[in-house]
Ligand binder design. Structure first.
Ligand code: FPP
Length: 246
């Protein structure tokens, strides 16, 4: 295994074959707090801190596309104070984002933004526009995101295009569907990392994960460290991906 990049800051020797897109499911915040006798909201605060740490590390080691599942279309069912805390964390992050994101990082929000307050939505869109030309790394945060919802949305866009005479039903294919997803232009997910011991995808990027590899660990998200990410990347490097072939 060769060192892949001079600027890499990992203590571990990382493989050259890094995934093009790593998806993180930030699970286990609630349990992290409960184990310490704290309210669940504390767990989300720690989770948001760890998100920042891991994003920086991903940039340092040269990952190109990283996405984080921060809030699903189903998460609105949680207690109001918990939802409020997570929304506050988004707001705080967006205000502070320039201090966190180093130069040349593009930011995209995956999900249906129409549900958010106008000011929050406008800030999200402005951030996407302001960073659209950056090329070193793309950071995606999934908020009010659901994989089925995303595909239904793509179907609506394509149906409207057909209705407007802009395309024919026969033109609908995998490529035209992918072009209507929030991840348009972003490579499919190669590696999904889910901490906290749960072994499922939970409606995360279900189209884009069609051929993804999975890395599960019992560690809870606030404790998920750069070292653990190194382990996942080395594990990924050892997988034999066949994409349906032999
Ligand atoms: C799942 O853990 C986590 C969430 C539903 C929310 C994740 C949100 C954050 C980490 C903060 C987002 C903000 C920024 C700025 C990234 P869980 O609560 O379901 O954990 P549990 O399974 O242990 O209860």
């Amino acid at each position: 295994m060769a060192l892949f990049d001079k600027k890499k800051k990992s203590e571990t020797e990382l493989p050259e074959n890094l995934p093009q897109h790593v998806g993180f499911i930030m699970d286990g915040n609630g349990r992290w707090a409960k184990k310490r006798g704290l309210p669940r909201s504390f767990g989300h605060r720690e989770g948001a801190k760890n998100f920042k740490k891991i994003v920086r590390y991903c940039k340092d080691i040269g990952l190109k596309n990283i996405s984080f599942y921060a809030f699903s279309t189903e998460n609105w069912q949680r207690p109001k104070d918990e939802v409020d805390t997570i929304m506050d964390l988004f707001r705080e992050y967006i205000v502070d984002v320039r201090n966190h994101l180093s130069e040349n990082t593009r930011m995209i929000f995956l999900g249906d933004k129409s549900i958010f307050d106008d000011d929050l939505r406008e800030k999200m869109i402005k951030l996407e526009e302001d960073t659209a030309h950056y090329t070193e790394m793309t950071l995606m945060m999934a908020v009010n995101y659901g994989g089925r919802d995303e595909i239904a949305n793509a179907a609506r866009i394509l149906a409207q295009n057909v209705k407007d005479g802009e395309m024919n039903p026969e033109d609908i294919n995998e490529e035209s569907i992918a072009d209507c997803l929030y991840t348009r232009g972003i490579p499919d997910v190669d590696l999904v990392i889910r901490p906290s011991g749960e072994l499922r995808l939970s409606n995360y990027l279900i189209w884009q994960c069609a051929y993804a590899e999975y890395y599960f660990t019992d560690i809870l998200w606030p404790d998920f460290s750069p070292k653990e990410l190194d382990k996942a990347l080395i594990d990924f490097d050892g997988r034999h991906r066949r994409f349906g072939g032999v």
